[in-house]
Design a binder for this molecule. Structure first.
Ligand code: ADP
Ligand code: MG
Length: 513
C-alpha cells in the first residue's frame, strides 16, 4: 500500500515485542482479556466524556463490544464503539510504552535479571495491547475518534521493528466510531478463533466488564419438513402398483449465525449480597485492581437514608511497602449511577491513612460531572466518607490488624493530625482479655469508677508481661492493664500520650500511686 506511512517503534516497544513474540509463555489466552479491557476502557472514556458533551454520541448511542471469529482462517475481530483514536493517539498509544502497567513489567523484567525469559511476568503484569502478539502474526487496528473525521488504520506484524499507518479508504470498512482490531492468528494459535473458545475465555476473564459483549455464534433451530419417502423404501412392498411417492416428515436443524450476548452487565455491587459468592467477590477484586492474591476481607453494603450508595470494600492480602508514603492512591473507584467517574482521590472520599483499602463506591446522589472541588465541599461526600470508614473497620478486624496493625501504630507515631482517628483502631493485649486483643474503648469502658489513668506494662513477650511483679499489685485490685509486647506499642502510646483524657501510665514506674 503506497499510502501507508511507516513508523518505527520506540526502543522499549521493540524489546517488549521481541519478548512477547518469542515467549514460551503458555497462558497466551490473556490477550483476549487485555483487548477486551482496552475496549471497555475506551467505552468508559466515551461514556464519561459524553456526560458533559452529548455530541460525542452523535454517531450512535450504542456502547458495546462485538467479537467475531473465523475459525477456518484463524481471524478474530474485536470491535468497540468507544472513544477511538486519532492518528496522533495511535502513534502515541501503539508505538510507545503508554501504559504504566507495561512500564512496570519492563522494570520488573530488568530487575529479575533474566533478560529474556521470565515467562510468568507476562501474565502477572499483563502487557496490554502488545499481548496480541502472543497469538497473532499480524494485527490491524482500524479506529475512528469522534474528534476526527478520518478513520485510520494501524498495521503491525510480529517480528518487525516498524508499523504502518494509513487512512481507511475502503467504504466497506468504515465504522461510525470506535475501534476494530483484526487479529491474524499464528498457525499454531488458530484454535483461539473458535467461537466457543472465545465465549469460554470471556466467561473466564471478562465477566465484570460493564458493557455488553456480543459474540458471533452459530445457532440452530429444529423444524419439521416434509420429504418424499425414499423410493427404494417405497418399492419394497408393492412392486407393480404405481403410486405417487409417499410423503413423510423429518426433523432438520436449520443453522444460522447471530450475535449473542456473552456476559452479564449488571455490576456486581448492584447485586444482592446474598447472591454473590466469595469467589465472585474475589474475582471482581482481582480483575478490578490488578491483584493476584485474594483479598483478606471484603464488605459489600448499601446505605440508605440521607445519602444512598452501594459499595464493596476490600482489604488486600499483602501490604505494599509504599503504603505509608503513597498518599494518593487509585484504590477507591467512584461511580455515579454506574458510570465510572474517577479513582484519582486525595483523601476526599476515604482517609489517607486507610489508603490500602480498595473498593468501589456507586452513588446516585452525586452529579455525573462531579469535580474534585465538588467532592471536597460536598456534604454528601462527607457522609459517605464517614460510613465507608466505619464499614472498613467492621470488616474482619482481627485479620486486618494482623496485617496492618504495624502501619496503624506507625500512623499513631507519625500522623499527629489523625491521632484521634487512629487511636480507636489500635489493639493491645490486656491482663483481663485472655490473650485476645482489645481496643482502647473497651479498656476505658472497663475502667473502675475511681480509676483515672490507663495502665500499661511493656515486656518482650506476653508471658513475661503477665509475670511481672508490678502487674500483680494491680490485678489484685482488679485494675486492667494493657500488655505491650511489640516495641511499637509503647512508642505509639507515647505519641498519643492520652486517650479520651486519660493518661497512659507505665505501672513499672516507681512513683506509681
Ligand atoms: P493500557 O490499557 O494499560 O493503557 P494498553 O497497552 O493496553 O495499555 O493500551 C495502550 C493504549 O492504547 C491505551 O491506553 C489506549 O490509549 C489505547 N487503546 C488501546 N486499545 C484501544 C481501544 N480499543 N480504543 C481506544 N484506545 C485504545
Ligand atoms: Mg490495556
Amino acid at each position: 500500500d503506497q499510502l501507508a506511512e511507516k513508523h518505527e517503534y520506540q526502543a522499549e516497544v521493540n524489546r517488549l515485542m521481541d519478548l512477547i513474540v518469542h515467549s514460551l509463555y503458555s497462558n497466551k489466552e490473556v490477550f483476549l482479556r487485555e483487548l477486551v479491557s482496552n475496549a471497555s476502557d475506551a467505552l468508559d472514556k466515551l461514556r464519561y466524556l459524553s456526560v458533559t458533551d452529548p455530541e460525542l454520541l452523535k454517531d450512535g448511542p450504542q456502547l458495546d463490544i462485538r467479537i467475531q471469529s473465523d475459525k477456518d482462517n484463524g481471524v478474530i475481530t474485536i470491535t468497540d464503539s468507544g472513544i477511538g483514536m486519532t492518528k496522533q493517539e495511535l502513534i502515541d498509544s501503539l508505538g510507545t510504552i503508554a501504559s504504566s502497567g507495561t512500564a512496570k513489567f519492563l522494570k520488573a523484567l530488568k530487575e529479575s535479571q533474566e533478560a529474556g525469559m521470565d515467562n510468568n511476568l507476562i501474565g502477572q503484569f499483563g502487557v496490554g495491547f502488545y499481548s496480541t502478539f502472543l497469538v497473532s502474526e499480524k494485527v490491524v487496528v482500524s479506529t475512528k475518534s469522534p474528534k476526527s473525521d478520518k478513520q485510520y488504520v494501524w498495521e503491525g506484524q510480529a517480528d518487525s521493528g516498524s508499523y504502518t499507518i494509513r487512512e481507511e479508504k475502503d467504504p466497506e470498512k468504515l465504522i461510525p466510531r470506535g475501534t476494530r482490531l483484526t487479529l491474524y492468528l499464528k498457525h499454531d494459535d488458530k484454535g483461539f478463533a473458535h467461537p466457543e473458545r472465545i465465549q469460554k475465555l470471556l466467561k473466564n476473564y471478562s465477566q465484570f466488564v460493564s458493557f455488553p459483549i456480543y459474540t458471533w455464534q452459530e445457532k440452530g433451530f429444529t423444524k419439521e419438513v416434509e420429504v418424499d419417502e425414499d423410493p427404494a423404501e417405497a418399492k419394497k412392498g408393492d412392486d407393480d402398483i404405481k403410486t405417487e411417492p409417499k410423503k413423510k416428515t423429518k426433523t432438520v436443524v436449520e443453522k444460522y449465525w447471530d450475535w449473542e450476548l456473552s456476559n452479564e452487565t449488571q455490576p456486581i455491587w448492584l447485586r444482592n449480597p446474598k447472591e454473590v459468592s466469595t469467589e465472585e467477590y474475589n474475582e471482581f477484586y482481582k480483575k478490578t485492581f490488578n491483584e493476584y492474591l485474594n483479598p483478606l476481607a471484603s464488605s459489600h453494603f448499601t446505605t440508605e437514608g440521607e445519602v444512598e450508595f452501594r459499595s464493596i470494600l476490600y482489604v488486600p492480602a499483602t501490604r505494599k511497602d509504599d503504603i505509608t508514603d503513597n498518599r494518593k492512591t487509585k484504590n477507591i473507584r467512584l461511580y455515579v449511577k454506574r458510570v465510572f467517574i474517577s479513582d484519582d482521590f486525595d483523601g476526599e472520599l476515604f482517609p489517607r491513612y486507610l489508603s490500602f483499602v480498595k473498593g468501589v463506591v456507586d452513588s446516585n446522589d452525586l452529579p455525573l460531572n462531579v469535580s474534585r472541588e465538588i467532592l471536597q465541599e460536598s456534604r454528601i461526600v462527607r457522609i459517605m466518607r464517614k460510613r465507608l470508614v466505619r464499614k472498613a473497620f467492621d470488616m474482619d478486624y482481627e485479620r486486618f490488624w494482623e496485617n496492618y496493625g504495624k502501619i496503624l501504630k506507625l500512623g499513631a507515631m507519625e500522623d499527629k493530625e489523625n491521632h484521634k482517628r487512629i487511636a480507636p483502631l489500635l489493639r493491645f493485649f490486656s491482663s483481663q482479655s485472655n490473650d485476645e486483643l482489645i481496643s482502647l474503648d473497651e479498656y476505658v469502658e472497663n475502667m473502675k469508677p475511681e480509676q483515672k489513668d490507663i495502665y500499661f506494662i511493656a515486656a518482650d513477650s506476653l508471658s513475661s508481661a503477665k509475670n511481672t511483679p508490678f502487674l500483680e499489685r494491680l490485678t489484685e485490685k482488679e485494675y486492667e492493664v494493657l500488655l505491650f509486647v511489640d516495641p511499637m506499642d509503647e512508642m505509639a502510646i507515647q505519641n498519643l500520650s492520652s486517650y479520651k483524657d486519660k493518661k497512659f501510665v507505665d505501672i513499672s514506674r516507681e512513683d506509681l500511686d
